[in-house]
Design a protein around this ligand. Structure first.
Ligand SMILES: [Zn+2]
Length: 275
């Protein structure tokens, strides 16, 4: 092989040689030639330089791309983080309010002496429930007014007996009725999970109702007003049924005379169908 020809072959092999793709025998052959040929040595060095430059360029592009990608990820992560923080703050605020209200309500529910008044107004109907509760005895009356007339229910409950009387104006009946518990109403949940569910599904705002500070809990078509001081219901407006309910509670004012057994004179035994 003459010099020039060998050089041509060597230079053809150099790219593979740089990438370590050539065999051991070829490598020996190339190295032997390079030791004696400055021209091919130069070509090799130039090739190596070119390769380095290209690698640096390519790496630079990759770094740029990765940086851009990382920045996008960071922005996305920050947006998610902000959403989570806002969610926690909003839900957390409501959780604190609802938990505080239910704790207050629970404290009042322990009381053994309380009066409740519930007035319900709906289309063409009105009812007023009043109850006196003292030391486990309940005396309640419910007056119902509708287009068909009025009706009065009297309910008495002690540890020994339950008496229920109905007076519809023309007949007075004694009816069989199961146990009734007339507790002050609290609109908040009984436990953490109920309050969490409420915090997620309702809006809670501090407002003033007839000079009384309260929280308005709004869900779908219902607005519930809760007394800040007691955690108990003040008012409920059910817009889908056109119904309004007003609640009133007083504690420690019930006397023994308020929970006396009702006089059943003139009342006849009847089934609930007669009411
Ligand atoms: Zn050569």
């Amino acid at each position: 092989m003459n010099e020039k020809r060998e050089c041509k072959v060597i230079q053809d092999l150099l790219p593979n040689y740089i990438e370590n793709l050539t065999s051991k025998e070829t490598n020996n052959f190339i190295q032997e030639h390079l030791n004696e040929c400055d021209e091919c040595k130069k070509v090799l060095e130039n090739m190596k330089k070119d390769l380095e430059v290209n690698t640096v360029k390519r790496d630079g592009r990759e770094v740029k791309y990765i940086k851009k990608y990382n920045n996008r990820l960071k922005i996305l992560r920050n947006i998610l983080l902000i959403i989570v923080i806002v969610f926690i703050l909003v839900i957390g605020r409501k959780m604190i309010i609802l938990t505080s209200l239910s704790n207050k309500a629970n404290n009042t529910l322990d009381k053994m002496n309380y009066y409740t008044k519930t007035e319900t107004y709906s289309e063409g109907e009105m009812s007023i429930l009043e109850s006196y509760n003292k030391d486990g005895i309940t005396y309640a009356t419910m007056n119902m007014y509708s287009e068909e007339g009025s009706k009065k229910l009297t309910f008495y409950k002690s540890s020994e007996e339950i008496i229920a009387l109905v007076d519809n104006g023309s007949t007075k009946s004694i009816i069989n009725m199961g146990d009734i518990v007339i507790n002050p109403i609290s609109f908040t949940g009984n436990n953490l999970f109920e309050n969490l569910f409420m915090a997620i599904t309702t809006s809670v705002d501090k407002i003033n109702l007839n000079g009384k500070e309260c929280y308005l809990i709004r869900e779908d078509n219902t607005e519930k007003f809760v007394d800040i001081k007691t955690g108990l219901a003040i008012k409920m407006i059910d817009n889908s049924n056109n119904r309004t309910v007003d609640y009133k509670y007083e504690f420690g004012i019930v006397n023994d005379s308020d929970v006396e057994k009702p006089d059943t004179t003139g009342y006849q035994n009847a089934t609930s169908n007669d009411i």
